[in-house]
Write a protein that binds this ligand. Structure first.
Ligand SMILES: Nc1ncnc2c1ncn2[C@@H]1O[C@H](COP(=O)(O)OP(=O)(O)OP(=O)(O)O)[C@@H](O)[C@H]1O
Ligand SMILES: [Mg+2]
Length: 339
């Protein structure tokens, strides 16, 4: 079970899920996913809404039966040896499900019993989880008095109660304020650093995937379209910086793009996007801008600005974007990760 990357904890093979809608049409939510997750890593699924993240997680946690394929956790098949597989696994679902009139402690006790914990072990684990999620002070308060971020923390606590080796967290930062979000991300990192746990994390936010992950699987339309460390994925797009010069509503001088391409050193390509106004059809509004791709963007910038200024054009703003997972998604799909 070992290879150069460490010990494989989760093996996903040929997973497929086809949903049937009430009207008989089929939705191919997950289309043949193969994946290994290694012990001790934070692995993120990064993908837009509807990409198939929750469907995949639900299958590899035994909540949803695959149309095809299987997953093994610690060698136990989730479809054939569900009890043994589930012992190793904690799940933090996307939808928070708590009893609003019960306190944080009572919720944890209730779900702990469902996991088969009782007596001293139950109360010790509940205490420990309240401590780990920083909810001790509010343990006796009803969860319907909690903020979104605190409910999330109870939700996470439930997934950790039976001390699993591995935890799945499905978009745990959605709908929480920035401070709570930071706290949740720190909790995820602590699970790996302090507890040596393995985490399967899903998000549609590239910043989160970038910060947390040892490896990322970019998922779109039910398929993993790119897989690797953040560094490896970014290398795939050529490690180019993107320089974006905002020129607002001004007319683009004739021949400027060609001039930039031939005269500015280190540039691979330059293009112009005309301004787009907000409209009812959706699509994102943006000012007119020139985008330049360059290996060392900051070095090319002075020469670029000088050239543009000479044409009399006012540059309203300049943005230098280093290559990121957003750029990888854009290159792979032709679409932005965020719509
Ligand atoms: N029970 C269902 N019946 C029919 N179609 C479904 C069902 N659940 C999900 N789908 C569809 O399957 C696809 C994948 O959905 P899924 O919820 O797995 O995506 P996701 O990546 O988790 O998205 P999100 O970021 O919105 O949570 C979507 O097209 C969704 O509409
Ligand atoms: Mg989802």
């Amino acid at each position: 079970m070992a290879n150069g990357n460490g010990t494989v904890l989760v093996e996903v093979r040929g997973l497929v899920k086809t949903y049937k809608r009430a009207d008989g049409t089929e939705v191919k939510a997950v289309q043949n996913i193969d994946l290994d997750i290694y012990k001790g890593e934070i692995f993120s699924f990064l993908g837009p809404n509807g990409a198939g993240k929750t469907t995949t997680i639900s299958m590899i946690s035994g909540l949803l039966h695959p149309t095809q394929g299987d997953a093994k956790i610690g060698g136990f098949s989730i479809t054939q040896q569900a009890m043994s597989a589930k012992k190793l696994l904690g799940v933090v679902p996307q939808e928070i499900a708590l009893y609003p009139t019960l306190s944080a402690r009572q919720n944890l006790e209730f779900f702990g019993k469902m996991y088969g914990l009782h007596g001293k072990e139950l109360s010790a684990n509940v205490d420990e989880v309240l401590d780990f999620t920083d909810l001790k002070d509010r343990a006796k308060d009803r969860v319907d008095t909690f903020s979104g971020g605190m409910k999330r923390r109870v939700n996470i606590g439930i997934g950790l109660l039976h001390k699993p080796q591995l935890v799945y967290m499905d978009e745990p930062t959605v709908g929480v304020d920035p401070q709570s979000r930071r706290r949740i991300l720190d909790t995820v990192i602590r699970l790996r650093e302090e507890r040596k746990m393995t985490v399967l994390y899903t998000t549609h936010l590239m910043e989160e995937a970038q910060e947390l992950s040892n490896r990322v699987g970019i998922i779109d339309k039910g398929r993993i379209i790119a897989l690797g460390t953040v560094g490896e994925l970014i290398q795939q797009v050529g490690e180019e910086d993107r320089l974006v010069l905002n020129i607002g509503e001004q007319k683009l001088p004739d021949g400027l793009i060609e001039k930039i391409q031939t005269n500015v050193q280190g540039i691979t390509r330059a293009l112009y996007d005309a301004p787009v106004e907000a409209s009812d059809e959706g699509g994102s509004a943006h000012p007119g801008h020139i985008t330049v791709y360059a290996k060392r963007g900051r070095r090319a910038l002075p020469q670029l600005l000088q050239l543009v200024n000479e044409t009399g054009l006012d540059v309203l703003a300049v943005e230098v974007r280093e290559p990121d997972l957003e750029a990888v998604f854009l290159q792979m799909t032709g679409r932005a990760l965020r719509d």
